[in-house]
Write a protein that binds this ligand. Structure first.
Ligand SMILES: Cc1ncc(C[n+]2csc(CCOP(=O)(O)OP(=O)(O)O)c2C)c(N)n1
Ligand SMILES: [Mg+2]
Length: 941
């Protein structure tokens, strides 16, 4: 920020509250009159010795004199020029984070360097038709099914932003190339459908079925899950498109640097709402793109100054605020604020009065100007200062009213996009100022309610027709009061149609388009890679986490699949014992390693390299999940299947970034999520915020998530083996896997013969009940680290209480439930036909006695199958409902009532209910194990 120096009386006298260079008082929150003051800590230059005080004084006095006699605007102008010259000379002067409220690209550069090469009028007419059809589609949808929704105003504000891209920049996928990635504003997609209609990709029936997804109508927003041939990138949950786009651009670089795929011809474009920038996901990770110099990334922020309820920054200036934020994060910023009509006015502004007004007018006022007439603008914007008023004397009220904003000025946008795509070494953000609802008429444009308007009257359509100059194409009778407005598209062979298609052909075909054609196939890992896990660890204790680390290493070394493995960790590798992977596989770092690491002498030192395989994302689960999504969709977006493994604290997965996971599922992600330090009682010493007993409940809500809770190394390995085959094999499916990993050490048993199928199905008998001639029998299901309690209980039941309990490992309740639901549905819909039995019922029919399930997760996890236990068998679940606490495993398991004693009691109690043992036996067991039986449930509250 440019400040006047505090030295010298003249400066103090001349320091005004408004800085011509864009530092207007209003938006910074500083009180008017304080802008010339300087915070004490900002006087850094005074720490430096002055080699020539006389010379310094001369310079400062000159500036003082200009400020005093010619005014602050002139002084600021000179300082800005000095700064520009300093940069030309390569002097290391501090960067400005904010520039004046002007377009970044001067008109002469627009005219000379970035001259618009297209047919301006033809493109305007194409745009008009798209605008028209987008509005008709939404209005018709609501006419036919009131309340079906849809948005008019977002696209209306951004039509030019998209169209300049479609006509001149966005590269398609012809010839099997991946082309550019488009993250579009979800609420603007009526315009994207309207373009596809013009191009002949959609027909009128498609448009008529907007939002009628049942039966295949056009989806409300970009959903690859629903339109797998059309949409590639889901965006509509605010902030997710932006963060995903950052990591997509970064992942393209990763693929390139690792020489897996040449991504140099692909740009990532992300269209962002200005309101959307308030989401932490939107701006929270932009530093990554700045740091890594992602010049393959362009963001366009549609600054219509409004969000859903009202102004984004009524009392400030969102464009200025964003400029500072992005510049601070190392981005190249291009502001497109004013349309060409303003150029001559700015040129005539020798006193800087217009610029002062531009700088000091807050967005709430600009929004007001968008709804008022020319007389009001003359009075209030130009009026107060006679010099300003004079400047627009020659313009009629009507001309003043229609002085356009930069985001509706096609030529200026073209120049900005060109500059963005040619800029090297930094990502670019284009901040384009627009009017929400532009062209939709005075009842819609810039109104606070505009976002939710989805209906238009015939009269409003008649006005729109005029405004878009569509008189020739839309006959007046089509807009009678009781008629539905028609869709309109140019005839094949017409000038417009030919131009439209030619432009897309030149750019590589229509977009959006999603394909799954594989460009670089992936081969399955060798079976030997999984062999050691089947053998078990003998007497050596290990956890499923350490076993998984071995597996990950083995996979990354596998000659078939190794290079495609993408380990992703958010600053927890040491916690999970995965730091050993750093040295062997390297941490991806765009700039390599420019320092000798502190642990360089160690065998397993910290190694960063440009072709590193590991993505060590730092403390950002959201960023890591976005990386994972990029890798997990690479099979489609790039035709290069990759196998990502994202390992995180299980507590900070579904709970923390659940919406990103949901959106990855929409994007048809394939890959592995690993919830480490799983369980409410297995992680020692962390407590309420860390101990996860519910990620499996949350995972159960994601339709395409295969959620597993393995107890042993061989189960983990088998699930991964199966998952790779299912997601990347002969007939790949668009699912992903969530596996829990525990950090409790115990000897890993060998894989029982014949268990492979059950591990994947979700349930198999792990150990038969101890042989007993007579005495009651029971069935105990365990999952994850609860196997310990189950096994101890089995021994105790047999030895002390004469009960033979068989043990079953329940690897996936979610899977069992989904299968059972499908069977239940079949039975419901096929009366009279032979009844089918859910797999879980069939399996448990082969067991005996009451069923007790024990888990380190909430009871809701095993309860998923409760209603399908075989008839006549009782069901008890023991789990970890409640907040976690920090203590020893033993204490916690007793507290949550999932330890061996509680399993024993649960089995005996169920037998007592069934009349197979006396209630006194249960009382004996309670006493023997010293179980508290007071009424208050300890873990509730
Ligand atoms: C996470 C999330 N919260 C809320 C919404 C609801 N919503 C949809 S659009 C919108 C306003 C968008 O404003 P802006 O980003 O400025 O986009 P514009 O339509 O103005 O271009 C809101 C709040 C959403 N889609 N996602
Ligand atoms: Mg907005």
């Amino acid at each position: 920020m440019l400040r006047a120096t505090p030295r010298g009386p003249a400066t103090r006298a001349a320091a005004p509250c408004r800085a011509r260079l864009g530092g207007d008082a209003v938006q910074t929150g500083a009180r008017p009159g304080t802008m010339g003051a300087m915070a004490a800590e900002e006087g850094f230059v005074h720490q430096l010795p002055d080699a020539d005080p006389a010379e310094t004084a001369e310079w400062l006095e000159s500036l003082d004199a200009v400020a005093a006699h010619r005014g602050s605007n002139r002084a600021e102008f000179l300082v800005q020029n000095l700064l520009d010259r300093s940069r030309e000379l390569g002097l290391d002067v501090p960067d400005l984070v904010r520039t004046p409220y002007l377009n970044t690209i001067p008109p002469e550069v627009e005219r000379t360097t970035y001259w618009f090469p297209g047919d301006f009028e033809v493109e305007r007419r194409i745009r008009a038709l798209i605008r028209w059809n987008a509005a008709v589609m939404v209005v018709k949808a609501n006419h036919r099914a009131d309340g079906i929704g849809g948005h008019l105003a977002s696209y209306a504000s951004s039509a030019a932003l998209y169209e300049v891209g479609f006509n001149h920049f966005f590269r398609g996928k012809d010839g099997g190339t991946p082309g550019d990635a488009l993250y579009l504003q979800g609420h603007a997609i009526p315009g994207i459908y309207a373009r596809a209609y013009l191009e002949g990709r959609l027909d009128e029936e498609d448009l008529d079925n907007f939002r009628r997804e049942i039966g295949g109508g056009l989806s409300s927003y970009p959903h690859p899950r629903l339109h797998p041939d059309f949409w590639e990138y889901p965006t509509v949950s605010m902030g997710l498109g932006p963060i995903n786009s950052l990591y997509q651009a970064r992942f393209n670089r990763y693929l390139h640097h690792r020489r897996i795929d040449d991504t140099s011809a692909s740009r990532v474009w992300c269209f962002v709402g200005d309101g959307e920038t308030d989401e932490p996901e939107t701006l929270g990770a932009i530093g990554l793109a700045g740091r890594e110099g992602l010049d393959n990334l362009t963001w366009v922020v549609n600054c219509n100054l409004q969000r859903l309820d009202g102004p984004v920054r009524g009392n400030g200036k969102i464009i200025q605020e964003l400029e500072a934020t992005f510049r601070g994060a190392g981005w190249h910023v291009i502001k497109v604020i004013w349309g060409s009509g303003w150029d001559p006015l700015i040129e005539a502004d020798t006193d800087g009065v217009l610029l002062d007004k531009m700088n000091s007018t807050v967005d709430g006022e600009f929004q007001r100007y968008a709804v008022e007439d020319g007389a009001y603008i003359r009075e209030h914007f130009f009026g107060p200062d006679p010099r300003l008023r004079k400047m627009v004397e020659h313009l009629s009220d009507d001309e003043l009213r229609w002085l356009p904003r930069g985001g509706h000025d096609y030529r200026k946008l073209y120049a900005a996009y060109r500059a963005a795509t040619e800029h090297r070494g930094q990502p670019t953000v284009i901040l384009a100022k627009t009017i929400k609802g532009w062209t939709l008429g005075s009842e819609v444009e810039a109104r606070n309610a505009t976002h939710q308007i989805k209906k238009m009257t015939a009269a409003q359509f008649r006005t729109l027709r005029e405004r878009l100059h569509l008189e020739e194409l839309v006959p007046p009778e089509a807009l009678a009061d009781d008629a539905e407005p028609p869709y309109v598209r140019p005839e094949p062979g017409s000038e417009l149609h030919t131009y439209l298609l030619d432009r897309r052909r030149a750019l590589g075909g229509s977009l959006p388009r999603r394909t799954t054609a594989v460009r670089t196939p992936l081969h399955q890992p060798a079976d030997a890679t999984f062999e050691e896990f089947r053998a078990g660890s003998g007497t050596k204790a290990a956890s499923t986490t350490t076993a998984f680390t071995r597996l990950l290493r083995a996979l990354a070394r596998d000659e078939h699949v190794g290079r495609r493995i993408v380990p992703i960790i958010p600053d927890e590798a040491r916690t999970f014992g995965m730091d050993s992977l750093f040295k062997e596989f390297g941490i991806y770092a765009a700039q390599g390693q420019q320092y000798e690491p502190v642990d360089h002498a160690l065998l397993l030192s910290y190694k960063e390299s440009i072709d590193g395989q590991l993505l060590e994302e730092g403390i950002t689960e959201a960023g890591a999940l976005a990386s994972w999504t990029a890798a997990a969709t690479s099979y489609a977006t790039r035709g290069v299947p990759m196998v990502p493994f994202f390992i995180f604290y299980s507590m900070f997965g579904f709970q923390r970034v659940g919406d990103l996971i949901w959106s990855a599922a929409d994007a048809r992600a394939r890959g592995f999520l690993l919830g480490a330090t799983a369980g409410r009682t297995t992680l020692l010493g962390e407590g309420l915020q860390h101990q996860d007993g519910h990620s499996l409940v949350l995972a159960s809500t994601v339709p395409t998530c295969e959620a597993y809770d393995p107890a042993f190394a061989y189960e983990t390995a088998e699930i991964v083996r199966h998952g790779i085959d299912r997601m990347y094999g002969e007939s790949p499916e668009d699912v992903f896997y969530y596996l829990t990993l525990y950090n409790e050490n115990h000897p890993m048993p060998a894989m029982p013969d014949g268990s492979a199928e059950g591990i994947i199905e979700g349930l198999y008998r792990w150990a038969a009940g101890p042989k007993a001639k007579k005495g009651p029998r029971a069935t105990v299901l365990f999952s994850g680290s609860a196997h310990g309690a189950a096994r101890d209980a089995q021994a105790e039941l047999a030895e002390r209480w004469g009960v033979s309990a068989e043990l079953w490992s329940a690897t996936s309740y979610k899977r069992l439930r989904e299968e059972a639901l499908a069977v239940e549905r079949w039975n419901r819909l096929h009366p009279g036909a032979e009844r089918r039995s859910p797999r879980v019922t069939e399996l448990l029919a082969g067991s005996e006695g009451p069923i007790v399930a024990v888990t380190d997760f909430m009871r809701a996890v095993p309860d998923q199958i409760a209603r399908w236990v075989p008839a006549g068998r009782s069901w008890t679940s023991l789990g970890t409902d409640g907040f976690g606490r920090s203590d020893t495993r033993e204490a916690l398991r007793r507290f949550f009532e999932i330890d061996a004693a509680h399993v024993v009691v649960a089995v005996l109690a169920a037998l007592a209910e069934a009349g197979q043992v006396e209630p006194g036996v249960v009382r004996d067991a309670l006493a023997h194990h010293d179980v508290h039986t007071e009424a208050a449930v300890p873990w509730q509250g």
